[in-house]
Ligand binder design. Structure first.
Ligand code: PMV
Length: 342
């Protein structure tokens, strides 16, 4: 075995039931369910050369440039989890990574980047061991979770559930499980138009946000609601009840931001235009009967979710009514991913 290379593409995901609060080694305090996206993804290539040392070396380039911040993050991940990466010994790794979404969109998807990295690492393991069997996606989800919690959900197409849930026997806090086989066809056609309200880096990172859930006076009731919403959403995903889907998605989004507003210290990531867009989406739904709804990540950007059958109407609504509230009129049109990452 001389030099070789591996590559992987992995998408971002958008949670409907949100993961917010964790314990131990990246274990969630409640289960979460997400759509896997297709257009917002990370592509990673790793060039591997054998060296004469007992250890490995690693150099990371993001979109062609050195990135000390990411380099440090990956180094820490590989050291913290070295029991899983013994196969890297004796290799020089040059990691090149890039995102499909614009630099300045304010979307920093650690879910996409960390799951793409993990898929590459597992492909290296296969080469080193001369193993031609496919990568085990459950293991990919497990190792992605250790890098960034929500990354656990990015390795499966359509939708994933991460977190032990009584009605799903093989669900676990350790890794996500695919929901593709139980999801009603309408949800496989969903669009996510991401309205970029701001492209600035968040004032409070998700890492700090999760930690502020420790000792939060509303934490236990939030976790109980999330568990209930997980079970409700699983039912909705089977029966295709879009009205109930909308209710769950919007209340989860607002609750996530309520947790931020009531933490100690309190903070807010929504911007005036976030609220303006939310109001307009609700008004549009009420007047047109188009079942479009919003969700939010830990940031000001609004994810507008709707079935493909309403694509033309929603796109027109976005153009005429929402783009004016977006930074540089920016909206990223994404759609649920229906194929696997490998
Ligand atoms: O995976 P993290 O640590 O970046 O946390 C993600 C948290 C949310 O995006 C707000 C919710 C979620 O479930 O993805």
């Amino acid at each position: 075995m001389n030099g070789f290379s591996v590559s992987a593409t992995s998408p971002s995901n958008i949670a409907i039931v949100k993961y917010w609060g964790k314990h131990g080694n990246q274990l969630p305090n409640n289960p979460s369910i997400s759509f896997t996206l297709s257009r917002c993804h990370t592509e990673t290539l790793i060039l591997c050369k054998q060296n004469a040392n007992k250890n490995y070396t690693m150099r990371f380039l993001f979109e062609g440039k050195e990135s000390p911040k990411f380099q440090e993050k990956i180094e820490k991940y590989l050291i913290d989890n070295q029991q899983y990466f013994g196969f890297l010994k004796g290799l020089d790794l040059e990691i090149e990574s890039g995102n499909s979404f614009p630099h300045s969109s304010g979307i920093a998807s650690s879910a996409a980047s960390m799951s793409a990295l993990v898929l590459c690492l597992l492909k290296i393991e296969k080469v080193v061991n001369n193993d031609v069997t496919p990568v085990d996606m459950r293991k990919a989800s497990f190792l992605s979770r250790l890098a960034s919690g929500s990354a656990a959900r990015s390795v499966f197409p359509v939708m994933s559930l991460w977190g032990a849930t009584p009605s799903v026997p093989d669900s676990s806090d350790d890794y996500a499980v695919p929901l593709e086989d139980v999801v009603h066809p309408v949800f496989k056609t969903y669009h996510d138009s991401i309205l970029i309200v701001s492209n600035k880096e968040k004032s409070v990172s998700s890492r700090v946000g999760h930690s502020l859930m420790n000792g939060h006076p509303l934490a236990e009731s939030r976790y109980a609601t999330a568990r209930k919403n997980t079970e409700r959403l699983l039912e909705v995903l089977k029966n295709g009840d879009i009205d109930e889907f909308i209710e769950i998605a919007e209340s989860e989004a607002l609750q996530l931001h309520e947790m931020m507003a009531t933490s100690n210290p309190p903070y807010k990531l929504m911007e005036p235009n976030t609220l303006k867009i939310i109001d307009l989406v609700r008004e549009f739904r009420h007047n047109s009967k188009v079942p479009a709804c919003f969700t939010l990540d830990a940031g000001p950007n609004v994810h507008l979710l709707y079935p493909d059958a309403f694509d033309a109407q929603v796109k027109q609504f976005i153009k005429e009514n929402l783009l004016q509230y977006c930074h540089d009129n920016q909206c990223i049109d994404d759609i649920v991913q229906n194929k696997t990452n490998l």
